[in-house]
Design a protein around this ligand. Structure first.
Ligand SMILES: Cc1cc2nc3c(=O)[nH]c(=O)nc-3n(C[C@H](O)[C@H](O)[C@H](O)COP(=O)(O)OP(=O)(O)OC[C@H]3O[C@@H](n4cnc5c(N)ncnc54)[C@H](O)[C@@H]3O)c2cc1C
Length: 550
């Protein structure tokens, strides 16, 4: 460990453009500050200086160049690392998605010399082929669906045919914009190296990229996951879609058969349905989202089937073939053979970790039965020099989990914080219509953990926001500890459930009780009022409540 350093943020008013940012940066360079990030959008500048006495000099320098420093705070006090002698870098990160960027940014803030290696498109899954493209296309689908099927008598908003090609071009533009803003631009902003190429370990402290060997004191494997394709006879002979290619399709399939039932299958299946395809969702398990509470599966099944999506559960996939230009999926359901005909087949049966090119044996990194990189509670692998974060570890596959893990790795390597991974309270959202959002324990999980459980199940037609929206298929379910009243889990199927779940996450994380929820005002007419109403219904009949949930 070397000298102490502090990172300071000062609110600055008067900056209106990127030139102003440059003026402030230049002024702070003259007083010896490092890692300076000025932002006129955020009205702030952050920078590193050796100690507190520099803050006054910084403020004077900002005033001198014509801007007004206001409130300041020390946001990080760190032991700045001496750069390593044993390697080209302090940290080499393989991958450039959410886990990678969160880790790189934090590692640089600790003063580490960092390189990031990416074999494909910078930004990884979320921005390029995952969250962003799927959600913007889902939104287009929703608008199309609601304009065709509005529930309000008197409104006549008939939608014309969907021009998928234009939608996809527009989506690609958005992806490109966000890739630049949220990833590419940050490389220079934070000051780490980006290497385009595929990384392969050659020994426990070296990777090879484009024929060049790179050594490092530490490595982070953040290589994510890709669609996993099931072994179904004939599938490989028929052209099928994955989530990646489905989001690039320029012509709407008339009939789409979806193999799979996880959140990606549900979202993309519904997106195509909303855009105008006839969609059949097929799955092996007896109910959709089988890991969730049965009330959640029931509510979403009702909603999507009411909308006209065909749902086939308990299916055994026998074979897939092409006949006269039509794709045929042969299945057996409850002993009966059936054939589902489609113009396109989407395979969305889960994801597998991207480890195939890493040569993990040479790195001394162990993998598990699903090919996932095995990590301990500090995200360290069996090689103490190598860490792993994000989808490659096969934990909850959400970008915010990946980013949290990437940051934790940097804290543990460079801050010596010994932070333990804590995934006890992870909210999850499926962006269907209505959406599904859950956090904490299901009723079954709570019982298995030994809680004496009490639950409240509130149908959505008891929630005023849903009534006025005329969209009442859904449910709020609260799971609580009968002894302490603590909220253990919240599970919702409702419009905007994804926005509502954050308050539930706070309740579960910070141990709020059912009484706390009852005694907290909930704004009328919002969907989040459903949480309060569900809390009130533990021992009251909701139909007896006045309209304002008193
Ligand atoms: C259709 C879809 C929708 C989704 N929607 C959401 C959502 O709404 N909300 C949400 O939170 N999450 C969503 N996710 C999940 C989310 O995108 C992932 O959990 C997250 O992006 C994982 O981040 P990561 O950093 O672990 O890996 P990734 O972002 O996958 O990045 C890994 C990178 O490593 C690169 N790589 C792999 N091997 C090598 C190698 N040997 N050398 C160099 N580079 C390599 C890959 O090319 C890739 O770019 C969605 C996913 C999909 C597929």
């Amino acid at each position: 460990m070397g000298k102490q350093n502090i990172t300071v943020r000062i609110e600055v008013t008067g900056m209106t453009c990127t030139s102003c940012e440059q003026h402030v940066k230049k002024a702070l360079t003259t007083i010896g500050a490092n890692n300076i990030f000025a932002s006129f959008r955020k009205n702030e500048v952050t920078f590193e200086v050796p100690d507190k006495s520099y803050i006054q000099f910084a403020k004077e320098a900002i005033i001198k160049c014509g801007y007004t420093p206001r409130h300041e705070e020390i946001i990080l006090q760190q032991n700045r690392l001496e750069l390593s002698n044993d390697g080209d870098y302090d940290l080499v990160i393989i991958g450039s998605g959410g886990a990678a960027f969160a880790s790189a940014i934090k590692a640089v803030e600790y003063g580490a010399k960092v390189a990031m290696i990416e074999r494909s498109t910078i930004g990884g899954t979320c921005v390029n082929i995952g969250c962003v493209p799927s959600k913007t296309m889902l939104r287009a689908g929703e608008i199309n669906h609601f304009s065709k099927q509005n529930q309000f008598l008197g409104l006549n908003t008939s939608a014309g045919p969907v021009d998928l090609s234009t939608l996809v071009d527009q989506k690609n533009e958005l992806v490109q914009y966000l890739r630049h803003e949220k990833y590419i631009n940050l490389i220079d902003e934070y000051g780490f190296e980006f290497i385009q190429g595929e990384a392969t370990f050659v020994d426990e402290q070296t990777v090879e990229v484009n024929g060049q060997k790179i050594t490092a004191k530490h490595f982070l494997i953040a290589t994510g996951a890709s669609p996993s394709i099931p072994n179904i006879e004939g599938l490989n002979e028929v052209e099928y879609l994955t989530s990646t290619s489905a989001l690039q399709l320029k012509q709407l399939p008339k009939r789409l058969a979806v193999i799979g039932s996880g959140y990606i299958a549900m979202e993309l299946g519904q997106m195509f349905h909303h855009l105008g395809s006839e969609v059949t969702l097929m799955q092996r398990s007896p109910r959709v989202l089988k890991a969730y509470d049965p009330e959640i599966s029931e509510a979403i099944t009702k909603a999507i089937t009411e909308q006209g999506i065909s749902l086939i559960t308990n299916a055994t996939f026998n074979k897939v073939e092409m006949a006269n230009g039509t794709k045929l999926v042969h299945i057996t359901v409850n002993g009966e053979n059936m054939v589902v005909e489609a113009d396109e087949i989407l395979v969305a049966t889960g994801r597998k970790p991207n480890i195939e090119k890493l040569n993990l044996e040479l790195a001394g990194v162990k993998i598990g039965s699903r090919g996932e990189v095995i990590v301990d509670e500090y995200l360290q692998t069996s090689n103490p020099r190598v860490y792993a974060a994000g989808d490659v570890t096969m934990g909850p596959q959400f970008v915010y989990v990946a980013a949290y893990e990437g940051g934790l790795v940097a804290d543990n390597i460079f801050g010596s914080l010994k932070r333990k991974l804590d995934l006890t309270v992870v909210p999850g959202v499926t962006f269907t219509t209505p959406s599904i959002a859950t956090v904490g324990l299901t009723e079954e999980q709570a019982k298995a953990k030994g809680y004496e459980v009490k639950t409240s199940v509130l149908p959505l037609d008891a929630v005023p926001r849903a009534i006025v929206n005329r969209e009442t298929t859904g449910v709020f379910k609260l799971v609580a500890d009968a002894q302490s009243g603590k909220v253990l889990g919240v599970h919702i199927v409702a419009e905007n459930a994804g926005d509502v779940i954050y308050s539930a996450t706070l309740a579960v994380k910070f141990g709020l009780t059912v009484n706390d929820l009852r005694e907290t005002l909930a704004p009328y007419l919002t969907m989040s009022e459903g949480i309060k109403l569900a809390a009130l219904t533990f021992d009251k009949d909701v139909s007896k409540l006045s309209c304002c949930a008193g």
